[in-house]
Write a protein that binds this ligand. Structure first.
Ligand SMILES: Nc1ncnc2c1ncn2[C@@H]1O[C@H](COP(=O)(O)OP(=O)(O)OP(=O)(O)O)[C@@H](O)[C@H]1O
Ligand SMILES: [Mg+2]
Length: 349
């Protein structure tokens, strides 16, 4: 049957671009077969949601043509405010029973009508509460069906065959952390933070078991917008100024504006990490991995390290792969790597 065994391509629909990655696995290891991105016009994707489906599907079609990706079987990533991930506590049930009554069990725990939500879950543990009742802890994912549909329809309109949808923060953690893939054990928990243009994804996991997820509407574009507003220049010009600043070129005023936005970004991340740590079953965080274009904002990693009292390492989504087949030079690989995590993680599911 043609296409039945077509390889799966990870497709990340971000604010600044759509990105596709195809990864194969053989005895020789992982191979990046193709990677490409196509810029999106401003307003096509806002806060992680598709606003202009036509512009997004056009960008996807162009990307497939340009990069010559043969397979159209895609896995899509989702990260926006219409998907929530919550840790909930319920009286213990055998998994089979829990699955059968999932909608009923979780209805009171999600901020959307349960019959218009896509649900997924992971059982974290079971324990006895102070009255001796057996309880279970579940990490619940609930996504508005209509929003998920908009991703599937947009990809389909570009001629793709969507084979699945995954939470982008999970894909990102898989891409940049061997520990999140369960390849190496560690004491304590690890936080993986992806700072995009307007969305910041945080996952805290313990040896690959996700314990906490937050999707925040902050990102690298906040710094650009602040420069544009205060210096009264167009967004594109402010973006160029920001990139110059990353190379040390710019005025004190610009540096102060950026550092104000970096403080805000870092405080938001700290708020989420504090919330995780305040949960009863949390583990202390022993490592922090960052990725995403917004994590390149001047001063970000230093400030995050100070505030979280932790060393910060930069995630490398392409480090364990042979990238020759992709046709990208080593320089290009290094340049796209921070922006590639979601697509690569989706591809290596
Ligand atoms: N070299 C750099 N220095 C500083 N900032 C950068 C650099 N490269 C990219 N950025 C910033 O990174 C952000 C884009 O990151 P990324 O491509 O990861 O986001 P996205 O996936 O398109 O958006 P989102 O994940 O928010 O939907 C922009 O704000 C951009 O200005
Ligand atoms: Mg992104």
């Amino acid at each position: 049957m043609p296409g039945a065994s077509a390889p799966t391509v990870g497709l990340d629909i971000g604010t600044s671009a759509v990105r596709a990655a195809q990864v194969t696995r053989s005895r020789a290891g992982l191979k990046l077969v193709s990677f490409g991105q196509a810029a999106l016009p401003q307003g096509a994707v806002v806060d992680g949601e598709i606003r202009d489906a036509g512009a997004v599907s056009q960008a996807i079609s162009q990307l497939w043509k340009r990069v010559k990706i043969r397979s159209k079987k895609v896995i899509l990533g989702i990260a926006n405010q219409r998907v929530v991930v919550r840790q909930i506590e319920l009286p213990f049930l055998e998994e089979k029973e829990f699955r059968a009554s999932l909608q009923f069990q979780v209805a009171d725990h999600i901020p959307m009508p349960v019959d218009s939500a896509e649900l997924d879950y992971q059982i974290i543990d079971d324990y006895s509460d102070k009255d001796g009742q057996r309880m279970m802890r579940v990490l619940l994912v609930a996504a508005a069906s209509e929003m998920v549909e908009s991703f599937v329809e947009t990809a389909s309109a570009a001629g793709m065959s969507p084979a699945g949808v995954d939470l982008a923060p999970f894909a990102i953690a898989r891409a940049v952390s061997p520990n999140a893939r369960g390849e190496s054990g560690a004491a304590g928990a690890e936080a993986v933070v992806d700072v995009g243009a307007t969305v910041t994804n945080i996952v805290v996991h313990h040896n690959g078991e996700p314990r906490f997820v937050r999707i925040l509407l902050v990102g690298g574009d906040d710094a650009t917008a602040s420069l544009a507003k205060d210096l009264d220049v167009p967004f594109e010009e402010a973006e160029a100024m920001k990139l110059d600043l990353a190379h040390g070129v710019g005025t004190e005023e610009m540096k102060n504006l950026i550092s104000g936005r970096v403080d805000n970004l870092v405080n938001e991340i700290r708020g989420s990490v504090d919330y995780y740590l305040s949960q009863e079953n949390s583990e202390s965080i022993s490592s922090v991995v960052v990725t995403g274009g917004g994590s390149l904002t001047p001063g970000f990693t230093e400030r995050l390290g100070q505030v979280l009292h932790s060393d910060i390492s930069r995630g490398a989504a392409l480090v364990d792969m042979n990238t020759k087949k992709s046709g990208l030079t080593d320089e290009q690989i290094a340049e796209v790597e921070p922006m590639a995590a979601a697509a690569v993680g989706l591809a290596r599911a």
